[in-house]
Every structure is written in structure tokens, then in C-alpha cells.
Design a protein around this ligand. Structure first.
Ligand SMILES: Cc1cc2nc3c(=O)[nH]c(=O)nc-3n(C[C@H](O)[C@H](O)[C@H](O)COP(=O)(O)O)c2cc1C
Length: 382
């Protein structure tokens, strides 16, 4: 019977503010990114690479929940990237994944990553409300518009031009928010969506709605996030903390101008071992010597990055960056070093970071035992 939560859940108010704080007071929130996919975010052939199985996800979610990790962020992926490992070839659908995990955890926020063009908004709104009720206010939405042509072909759905993707997503999120509000039996007649007598009950927990995040990188994508979302993911600079701080301030100021509050997050890929040497060696072992280079090249080709389209040096840099987490900030070192990097990111104004490991279950305990207490002593974690 220890598979289910006790009947009396902790009392918490599912206000938007509490949801955005992930029901905690951590100055730097920490989440786990990509565990619903085989290999997670490490494009590697090492045998201990992440399985992405339900059993491992459940174990991980419980471990993270008990350790005080703030959120779990899945990847919405429908087709693997091939290569020797069929990188991210086996993925658990994210709203059903979140629902299962929310039922078995107490306090962690769990996101679903939803492709707006592939999900009817009335169905999506109800699926997400169901997840939110299961988690008593702990569900979050990562809205994505998609980029991978092959995935759309599989659905028989025509991928829109880049700008139109966000145009469509605007209508989609407007409908979702209306369904989640007090509105009842309303029509929506937009450029793309024409719907009559829309109704959705129950409403999300606490008279509010789930936290919404987006990670648009283009100006249009960023503007969409700032206009509509509570949490925005941006790329941290690999070379300059000032640059990261500048990006964070720019996003937050743009939201303030619209009278909106915005949490600003980034993505990190952590290799943390007892010594710097061990961390460097493990990184080299997994992400260089045993990288699944054929999968990396497949991903780069999808993004039209090849020696024919970009200068050779840029191609080689991208190649190594994509092997270690498809572009996240590498954080490699002993606990002092990893903690310091996270403290610096917090100082740069970031609200949180979504991190990944080669094998989440093997590596999370060491991170929680060694790095988290250092963050607590520095005042960035409660
Ligand atoms: C943290 C994070 C999570 C993302 N999750 C997904 C995802 O699960 N599925 C997907 O198709 N795209 C995902 N993306 C891609 C973004 O939603 C976005 O499309 C991409 O950054 C390109 O920006 P643009 O759409 O403005 O061109 C993610 C990006 C980041 C940084």
C-alpha cells in the first residue's frame, strides 16, 4: 500500500503565487529535466544511461519528492532520434506520466509538456485539470509549438511556418485559460479555432490555474512566453555570468512592462563527483568517448546544422554541445564547484534550473547529500 499517498494530504493553498513558488521558499528552484525519455538528455552509449522506464521514473520521482527537489519537467517527444541507441526512442507521454507521478508524490510539482498543434485544447484542458486534481494543485504546463518535421508528418499534421506556430498557440492558450476560468458555455471564433458552447468542469484546484511555462528562443517565441507564461526558460551563457544576468533582467523587465510576474529558468547538465578529476573523467567517458555520435548528427541534421551550412568550428562546437544534453549548460565538477556554479546562477537572477544527469537515480543522491547542503548554507535553498 505504500504506492499511494496517505489520505490526508498536506494542507496548502493552490494560489498562483504558491504554485509559482512550487509551494516552497527556495531562492533557486531545482527541477529534473527529461526523465520521461530513454537516455534522458545525455546522448551517450554508456550502459548505465537512463532507461526512461516507468519503474525508474516512479523511483526517481519519490526520491526527488523526499529530497525536496521542486519540479519534474518532461520532454514532449514522439519519435526517437535514431543512432546506435535510438536516442529518446522510448518516451512516456507527459500528461499521463505526470498524472501517475502526482498520485504517488506529496509535494513536488510535475509538468506536462504539450504540443499545442497536436492536442485539441478542450481535451488538453480537461486532461490537465484531471492531473491537477490528482496532484492537488501541483500540475504545471510546458507549452511547446514543435519543431521536428518528422514528428508532425507522423500525425498527418502540417507544420505551420514558424511565426504562425505561435499565432496558433496564442489562440490555443487563450481557449485553455478561458476553460480554466469561471467562463461557461462560451464560443471561440479565432483565426484558427472555431468552437461553440465550450464548457469545462471541474476547474483547476484552488480557484486558479496551473503554472504555465515556455522556452521559446526566437524573438516571437520569447514574446509569447513573456505575454502568456509564468515561467520562461532561457539559455544561460556558457562564458559570462553578466551576460546571463543581462538576459534574465531583459526577460523580467519585459514582463514587468506588461504588469506580469515572470520566473526565469535555465537548463543545466550536471556531472558531480567527489573530485574535479573524477567529474572530468566521467564527463569525458560518457559525453565524448562514448557519445552516440550518429544520433547527435541526426539531431543536428534536423536543425540543419552541418559542415555545409555552418563554419566547421561552429559545427564541431555544436556537435559537442548537443552530445551532452542538447544544449544545456554543462556543470561539471566536485560538490564545491557545482554548488558555486548554481549559487552564481541564482545571483544572476535566475528563479530556477532544470537539470539532468546521465543516470538520475544513481547520481541524484550524491547531489542531494553534497551539493544541496552547500546551497542551503549559501542561502539559496531553504
Ligand atoms: C527547457 C526546454 C524544454 C523544451 N521542451 C520541449 C519539448 O518537450 N518538446 C519540443 O518540441 N520542444 C521543446 N523545447 C523547445 C522550445 O519549446 C522551443 O521551440 C525552442 O527553444 C525553439 O524556440 P522557438 O520555438 O522560439 O524557435 C524545449 C526547450 C527548452 C529550453
Amino acid at each position: 500500500m505504500n504506492d499511494v499517498r496517505p489520505e490526508v494530504a498536506p494542507v496548502r493553498e493552490a494560489s498562483l503565487r504558491n504554485r509559482m513558488a512550487m509551494y516552497g521558499t527556495n531562492r533557486l528552484q531545482i527541477g529534473l529535466f527529461g526523465a520521461n525519455c530513454s537516455s534522458g538528455r545525455a546522448v551517450t552509449k554508456v550502459p548505465e544511461r537512463w532507461t526512461g522506464s516507468w519503474r525508474d521514473n516512479l523511483r526517481l520521482a519519490r526520491m526527488a519528492d523526499e529530497a525536496g527537489i521542486d519540479f519534474l519537467l518532461p520532454i514532449g517527444r514522439w519519435k526517437g532520434y535514431g543512432g546506435d541507441t535510438d536516442y529518446q526512442g522510448a518516451t512516456l507521454e507527459t500528461i499521463t506520466w505526470a498524472s501517475g507521478l502526482l498520485a504517488c508524490t506529496q509535494r513536488i510539482t510535475v509538468f506536462g509538456t504539450v504540443h499545442a498543434p497536436l492536442f485539441n485544447p478542450v481535451i488538453a484542458a480537461k486532461e490537465m485539470v484531471t492531473a491537477d486534481h490528482i496532484g492537488e494543485g501541483r500540475f504545471g504546463l510546458n507549452i511547446v509549438v514543435g519543431w521536428n518535421e518528422g514528428e508532425f508528418e507522423m500525425f498527418g499534421v502540417q507544420q505551420r511556418e514558424h511565426e504562425q506556430r505561435y499565432d496558433y498557440a496564442q489562440e490555443w492558450i487563450d481557449v485553455i485559460k478561458m476553460i480554466w476560468s469561471d467562463k461557461e458555455d462560451f464560443d471561440f471564433d479565432g483565426k484558427y479555432l472555431h468552437m461553440k458552447g465550450i464548457r469545462g468542469k471541474p476547474k483547476p484546484c484552488g480557484g486558479t490555474r496551473p503554472v504555465i511555462m515556455n522556452a521559446g528562443a526566437s524573438p516571437t517565441g520569447q514574446a509569447f512566453a513573456i505575454r502568456n507564461c509564468d515561467a520562461f526558460f532561457l539559455q544561460a551563457s556558457r562564458t559570462s555570468l553578466e551576460e546571463t544576468a543581462g538576459r534574465v533582467a531583459k526577460a523580467r523587465n519585459a514582463a514587468t512592462e506588461l504588469g506580469r510576474e515572470l520566473g526565469v529558468y535555465t537548463v543545466g547538465v550536471i556531472t558531480c563527483k567527489p573530485t574535479e578529476r573524477e567529474a572530468e573523467d566521467y564527463y569525458q567517458h560518457c559525453i565524448v568517448e562514448h557519445a552516440d555520435w550518429s544520433a547527435v548528427d541526426g539531431i543536428l541534421a534536423l536543425k540543419n546544422i552541418s559542415p555545409d551550412t555552418v563554419p566547421m568550428q561552429e559545427y564541431l562546437t555544436k556537435r559537442s554541445q548537443y552530445a551532452q544534453g542538447m544544449g544545456g549548460l554543462p556543470i561539471v565538477g566536485d560538490p564545491d564547484h557545482v554548488a558555486q556554479q548554481l549559487i552564481d546562477l541564482s545571483k544572476a537572477g535566475l528563479t530556477g534550473i532544470a537539470v539532468s544527469f546521465v543516470n538520475y537515480i544513481d547520481e541524484l543522491p550524491f547531489f542531494c547529500e553534497e551539493v544541496v547542503p552547500r546551497l542551503q548554507r549559501a542561502g539559496v535553498r531553504a
